[in-house]
Write a protein that binds this ligand. Sequence first.
Ligand code: AMP
Length: 210
Amino acid sequence: MNIVLLGAPGAGKGTQAKLIEEHYGLTHIATGDIFRANIKGGTPIGKLAKSYIDKGALVPDEVTCELVKDRLTNGEVGAGFMLDGFPRNLFQAGELDKFARVDLCINIDVDKCLLMDRICGRRVCSCGASYHVSTLNGATTCAKCGQPLYQRDDDNPATVEARLDTYASQTAPLAHYYEAQGKLFTVDGGSGTPEQVFAVIKQELDKYIK
Ligand code: AMP
């Protein structure tokens, strides 16, 4: 079973991906995480990606598609893969269809005002955990592993505004792309807890994965 997770920055793709990964054993591949690891490691891809990420723009398609193609064709994907943050435009979706099969697109729908608040208040840990300042009660370390929490460089209001615009103009149309293929499942990601959102996704996934 191969899944594409669609949703604006802050919609909860990463959180749902973790829950899906734990429950169904699908391999979580997040292009944003791959770029951040490259930036941290000071690689040529990282240097190139940073200049786009800092502006809230998309990293060029050639680089991104090659990275995902390599990961999917040369890496382990176990019971299937779950792409988080890829594809992000129609060109990438077309390329993905050339090198892999997509069974379902889960579109996590969240209102823009809520997205702004979620992203600007987001604090993350290098272990992958993510929190919102409103629930941290002043804590500065990760409840799961004890490492210090930090704010992503691109989680500031100006960059977030640009990322949301990029999403609306380039990524949101992918919902129609997958709908036309009969592969779209949209879930409300704005009015429940992560566990409640996952329960709705699980109902759908249980139809495919036993
Ligand atoms: P994310 O962690 O998914 O919010 O991604 C962070 C940033 O990485 C995005 O704002 C883009 O600049 C870049 N990025 C991630 N995935 C892609 C992609 N599929 N295509 C182009 N750029 C991407």
